[in-house]
Design a protein around this ligand. Structure first.
Ligand code: PAF
Length: 283
């Protein structure tokens, strides 16, 4: 695996790959890679000739009181994992490489309608930061396909909309969520959890499954299921920011009686950690 930090090196590498007719797969990450990220590399590996990964903790997607400075950075382990999973090129830029005019004064890309609900309402500006850095990576790498985890479901929709609206000729691939044995969705933020919190966090996935079961038996309305699900999370020690069932396509509120193409999403805090998870429902 080659490692580059400058855009000129990246350009030369991807231009050579494109010239020789290779299909380029891109996996953007913020590092601190776990089995969930490795599965994204495996998917890119299976569907492209060469795999490019980026490791970049993107300052513009963190709010002023969020964990940008304490976000775990583990470059050596990341390199070993990427190389073991067959990544060909790792792009690890410094902040001023991607934001030459400073991250506060960067040109921003925003994706209206999807960026101000749910995660976007709670983390103002977050999806502008994501869309901006992903657009930069798309411009620099010019991949044929790009793989993103479905754990960040709203992010995946934002990126699909970005690619569609801006006309990027890039196939956006959503990768299934990888879970720990108790159902907890893998996340770099899981390491902030204490052993007890980690154990209790299995309740999040269990609650999303419970939502699916209730809606499948049509015993409760969506609104009633959302309320009861929040109470279940609270009983397990979580403070939910939201627990909702929405249309999978655009995260809008579903018409009563809708039974297909729904997604249950939740964000819940425990101690100082905030976890998100979701489950696609086809009832
Ligand atoms: O999902 C992530 O790790 C990040 O939001 C992404 C897509 C790499 C952009 O910084």
């Amino acid at each position: 695996m080659e490692i580059v930090t400058r855009t000129s090196e990246l350009h030369a590498w991807v231009a050579a790959a494109a010239r020789s007719g290779q299909r380029i797969g891109l996996v953007p990450t913020m590092g601190n890679l776990h089995a969930g990220h490795h599965s994204l590399i495996d998917i890119a590996r299976a569907r492209s000739d060469v795999v490019v990964a980026s490791v970049f903790v993107n300052p513009t997607q963190f709010g002023p009181n969020e964990d940008f400075t304490r976000y775990p950075r583990t470059p050596d382990a990341d390199m070993a994992g990427l190389s073991a999973h067959g990544c060909d090129l790792l792009f690890m830029p410094a902040v001023d490489v991607l934001y030459p005019n400073g991250s506060d004064h960067a040109v921003r890309v925003s994706v209206p309608a999807l960026d101000n609900i749910l995660e976007g309402a709670i983390r103002p500006g977050h999806f502008d930061g994501v869309a901006t850095v992903v657009a930069k990576l798309f411009n620099l790498v010019r991949p044929d396909l790009a793989v993103f985890g479905q754990k960040d479901y709203q992010q995946l929709l934002v990126i699909r909309r970005l690619a569609q609206d801006m006309g990027y000729p890039i196939e956006i691939v959503g990768a299934p969520i990888v879970r720990e044995s108790n159902g907890l969705a893998m996340s770099s933020r899981n390491q902030y959890l204490t052993a007890d919190e980690r154990k209790a966090a299995g309740t999040i996935h269990a609650t999303l499954q419970w939502i699916g079961q209730q809606l499948a038996t049509k015993s409760m309305s969506i609104a009633a299921v959302e309320r009861e699900a929040s109470l279940r999370l609270e009983a397990a020690g979580f403070v939910p920011d939201y627990t909702v069932v929405r249309r999978a396509e655009d995260l809008r509120v579903a018409e009563p009686g809708t039974t297909s193409a729904l997604v249950a999403l939740t964000a819940a805090r425990v101690g100082s950690t905030r976890l998100i998870d979701n489950l696609l429902l086809d009832l």
